[in-house]
Design a binder for this molecule. Structure first.
Ligand code: GLN
Length: 600
């Protein structure tokens, strides 16, 4: 096993994750099998308890792991399926070591950060790097490890120490350290400044890690004399210094690295020069260019709670983008704060109320994503009602599906107090109820998490067709509440169709309104498994319906045809394509556009 460690210096938010994933893509394009590990030096054992507003979305894996959103980046870029152990946190490591201490495994020794924590980190990395993640047998060739945070952070010190020991242990030729740094330009002099990078490399060396490669973020390409200066002061060969200047979208990065021969440098450091092929990045290049040339907009409202931070819905955004690109449309996302659609807001802040409704009424399709807690729920219900009544394409995910059912029960069954027991435990008409898979009394561990089967019960439903008429699909879940099985018959009689259910037939997985052009809710989160070359079927349905092209994607043969005819050579043509990437974020926020590397 060979290891590529990616560290970051100077400031956070440099796009270390995108750089690390792009290195993975480049190596994969050279014919190597690649896996990845993300180290988060925070104390939380996993991301499950962290607020999306503070830390971005919680990404969910097949095994139910609730992990940092960067893992989503790796899954999308490399088209792999990671495990919860691929995300290492300080909390996990300490929990592991303390559990061993309680069992008496340290035989009376004083348990210390060095060597016990640092050993545990190294063992964890070696064990997890060997887990196959690409559907093939046996360990990958290369493991890309991203160390979260910035060199010099107090909390990453044990990891730095462990990685220093690790690089020595695996030896030269098996370990390559890429340090991502910033080269700013000061407006006054207009000169690219190397000092911050020099300092951060000094910090790195001082902690026992020696960089093989510098990947420098800058607005423009590094000037030759700047590179020379960096080489001289940081003791890194000139050809090992890469410039990662701002690009229109992040799908350009693998190509940017390839053009600077990063694959040759890395394979030389890792002693792989004799086996790597010339990287084939055609699909990436075409995709990056295709995106830049999409002009016909498809406008989608995302009605959520955390609309001021798009990272809170990162996978939803990526899945929308994958689908929009597959339909050759330019994705425009209008973030609608759910609260602002509510009657309360009309009184308290009429301008916000008007603005939210104006946005909602201007879109081609509506998406209500998942969520917890009652803030904004009434607004989401109003959005579902608006979409249902006005025949606007609608996709509800998890909570989004639940609000669609509540709205239907209220408006169509005239059960005015219909609600979820999550928000109104005493409601007379609980159409969404707590249905844990495990214990009913303990909240902790009662979440239905990870991959579960949804079996299609209505064969000619839109969702079944979008999924290519499969008998079942495996999608990822993260919820506690479900459609109340006792109300299913009544809802069905009134025209709601439960197109897919779990294996017991008791949990409703997909709900549809057959009388509507496109009104679908899913209890699972299809966004987690969407890939740039393989857009999630339900997202594809939403986008296609929003631009009046649903029929062409519903029939599997014409869907295939649709993608072929809509895509340039080598892009998205093959549904089984192994190449994947994260999406670009050329998406409109309430506060303007955001582009490029900084947006993951
Ligand atoms: N809060 C809802 C539940 O627990 C929905 C969760 C979600 O949207 N992820 O069932």
């Amino acid at each position: 096993m060979k290891y590529v460690l990616v560290t970051g210096g100077v400031v956070s938010g440099l796009g270390k994750g995108v750089t690390a994933s792009s290195i993975g893509v480049l190596l994969k394009a050279c014919g190597l099998r690649v896996t990845s590990i993300k180290i988060d030096p925070y104390l939380n054992t996993d991301a499950g308890t962290m607020s999306p507003f503070e830390h971005g979305e919680v990404f969910v894996l097949d095994d139910g792991g609730e992990v940092d959103l960067d893992l989503g980046n790796y899954e999308r870029f490399l088209d792999i399926k990671l495990t919860r152990d691929n995300n290492i946190t300080t909390g996990k490591i300490y929990q592991h070591v303390i559990a061993k201490e309680r069992k008496g495994d340290y035989l009376g020794k004083t348990v210390q950060v060095v060597p016990h924590i640092t050993d545990a980190i190294q063992e964890w990395i070696e064990r997890v790097a060997a887990i196959p993640v690409d559907g093939e047998d046996g360990p990958a060739d290369v493991c890309v490890i991203e160390l979260g945070g910035t060199i010099g952070d107090i909390e990453s010190a044990p990891f730095i120490e462990a990685l220093g020991q690790f690089s020595y242990r695996v030896g030269q030729g098996n370990f390559c350290l890429v340090h991502v740094s910033l080269v700013p330009v000061l407006n006054v002099v207009g000169e690219q400044k190397t000092k911050p990078t020099q300092h951060s490399v000094r910090g790195l060396r001082g902690s026992g890690l020696i960089p093989d490669i510098l990947a420098c973020r800058s607005t423009k390409a590094l000037e030759e004399n700047v590179k020379e200066k960096l080489a001289q002061f940081c003791h890194v060969p000139l050809e090992n210094i890469f410039t990662l200047y701002d690009v229109p979208n992040i799908w350009h990065i693998p190509r940017l690295l390839k053009d600077q021969k990063a694959h040759l440098v890395i394979s030389k450091v890792l002693n792989l020069a004799s086996i790597v092929k010339e990287p084939y990045l055609e699909e990436w290049t075409s995709r990056a260019e295709l995106c830049a040339n999409l002009h016909v907009p498809v406008r989608i409202a995302v009605v959520g709670k955390y609309t001021s931070l798009s990272d809170a819905y990162l996978s939803v955004l990526k899945a929308l983008l994958h689908a929009a690109v597959a339909c050759r449309k330019k994705l425009v996302v209008d973030w609608v704060p759910a609260c602002d659609l509510e009657k309360e807001t009309e009184k308290e802040n009429p301008n916000a109320y008007k603005a939210a409704w104006k946005l909602l009424k201007g879109v081609d399709g509506v998406l209500v994503p998942g969520g917890f807690g009652d803030r904004g729920v009434e607004g989401k219900i109003l959005a579902a009602k608006y979409a249902r009544e006005n025949k606007i394409p609608f996709l509800g995910i998890c909570l989004g599906m639940q609000v669609a059912v509540i709205e239907f029960a209220r408006s169509v069954l005239c059960l005015h107090d219909a609600d979820s027991t999550e928000f109104k435990p005493q409601t007379k008409h609980p159409c969404i109820i707590f249905m844990p898979e495990g214990s009913r009394t303990h909240m902790g561990g009662t979440m239905r998490l990870g991959s579960r089967k949804s079996i299609f019960s209505v064969k000619d439903s839109k969702s079944a067709k979008l999924y290519g008429n499969k008998t079942f699909v495996d999608e990822r879940h993260r919820h506690r509440y479900e459609v109340n099985p006792d109300m299913v018959e009544r809802l069905e009689k009134a025209g709601l169709s439960f197109a897919a259910k779990d294996e017991t037939g008791k949990r409703m997985e997909i709900v549809e309104l057959p009388s509507h052009p496109f009104f679908i809710g899913a209890q699972f989160h299809p966004e987690y498994k969407s890939r740039p070359g393989k857009a999630s079927p339900l997202f594809l349905g939403l986008i296609a319906a929003s631009c009046g092209e649903l029929d062409s994607v519903m029939n599997p043969s014409s869907a295939h045809q649709h993608l072929i005819s809509n895509c340039p050579k080598n892009v998205f043509v093959n549904g089984n394509s192994k190449k994947a990437s994260n999406g670009l974020a050329d998406v409109r926020h309430n506060n303007g556009y955001c582009n490029g590397l900084y947006t993951r």
